[in-house]
Design a protein. Structure first.
Length: 145
């Protein structure tokens, strides 16, 4: 069952990250093989659509994510679940009389290379992707940057 069923549902993003070039490299070389390009796209989009502490007029709608990413609501929900699975995102759902149902996306920081490989789940998943022979090369490339 999808969490998102109405493209007009509103959201805002907490704790947007100012990603460095190195973090984007980690995101694409280490996380993307695990979660896919759609999830990485959603992560970057949520960062770009973020406001510090939005007023009612600054809330965004899921339509804006759809337009930015060219993803359906179902694809956005699948990407969200993958981001949550690797601890890059936490999603909250709330409602009030003014906004109705809305979502809060809490963006989590991208781990460093050493933190990524010290996280059993992430390193194990990457190994399962048959990347055993590529991991030392990727570590060298990212650490050299």
């Amino acid at each position: 069952m999808t969490l998102f069923n109405n493209p007009r549902q509103q959201f805002y993003t907490l704790f947007p990250q100012q990603l460095t070039a190195h973090e984007i490299e980690v995101l694409t070389l280490l996380y993307q093989p695990l979660i896919g390009a759609k999830s990485v796209s959603l992560f970057l989009t949520l960062n770009q659509l973020a406001d510090k502490m939005p007023t009612r007029s600054q809330y965004k709608t899921l339509i804006q994510i759809q337009e930015q990413t060219d993803l359906s609501l179902n694809e956005i929900d699948q990407a969200r679940q993958k981001l949550e699975g690797v601890s890059l995102l936490k999603t909250y759902q709330d409602s009030n009389e003014v906004l109705g149902l809305f979502f809060v996306f809490e963006v989590k920081p991208v781990l460093s290379v050493s933190e990524f490989f010290q996280t059993f789940l992430l390193s194990s998943l990457l190994l399962e992707k048959n990347w055993r022979s590529s991991i030392p090369k990727i570590k060298r490339e990212i650490c050299a940057a």
